[in-house]
Write a protein that binds this ligand. Structure first.
Ligand code: FAD
Length: 164
């Protein structure tokens, strides 16, 4: 049975890495052997389903608490900043109530962040070998990429958001 979150024995980290990287070059094996599990931070990645609500009464979620996502689009921190910007604007401009400002914040942010969670998940599947052939193809195309498409994709994400 899997151990509950944060209860995994740190000492198992080396065995787990050795298993994942079996057959890799000797410097990789040396690195794993010399790693001190007790002083090595293990960042846990949580890709959760998009939430249908960020707000209850006068309580609001923002950042990863509201839309924890795979890191593969590099958007988690960006979306947290957008949340903060939108939330502060809603609070500054409401002439009704805090609860009303929070509801407007939720309406402004829910679909945008849900969309990015799903896009990041798709990208994670693509680049982490869910289908090894597709991953191989993706990396081969990336090797030929001149950068324009990447810049355009990043610009598009920003331009579809509240900071445009
Ligand atoms: C490998 C990886 C790469 C990433 N790359 C990018 C990138 O290129 N671009 C990008 O935009 N984003 C990236 N991200 C995502 C980004 O790091 C997160 O989306 C962002 O840090 C979320 O900010 P946050 O303030 O919502 O949460 P956090 O940064 O997790 O901050 C929450 C804080 O609350 C504290 N806390 C928790 N519980 C309590 C408590 N009970 N009392 C008091 N404090 C508490 C925590 O210690 C923490 O300091 C990446 C993430 C990962 C894992």
């Amino acid at each position: 049975m899997p151990l509950p979150y944060d209860a995994e024995p740190q000492a198992d980290m080396r065995a787990e890495l050795a298993q994942h990287f079996a057959g890799w070059a000797s410097p990789v094996q040396k690195l794993i052997a010399e790693l001190d599990p007790l002083t090595t931070n293990r960042v846990k990645i949580h890709d959760i389903e998009p939430l249908s609500a960020f707000v209850k009464g006068r309580v609001a979620l923002l950042g990863d608490a509201g839309h924890s996502t795979a890191p593969d689009l590099g958007q988690g921190g960006c979306q947290a900043v957008e949340d903060a910007w939108v939330l502060s604007n809603m609070l500054l401009t409401t002439n009704l109530s805090v609860a009303d400002a929070l509801k407007r914040y939720e309406n402004a942010r829910r679909d945008r962040t849900a969309n990015l969670i799903l896009k990041a998940r798709k990208r994670a599947d693509m680049i982490h070998g869910k289908d090894p052939d597709l991953t191989e193809e993706w990396y081969q195309n990336l090797a030929k990429e001149k950068g324009d498409n990447i810049m355009n994709a990043i610009s598009n994400i920003i331009l579809q958001g509240p900071l445009a």
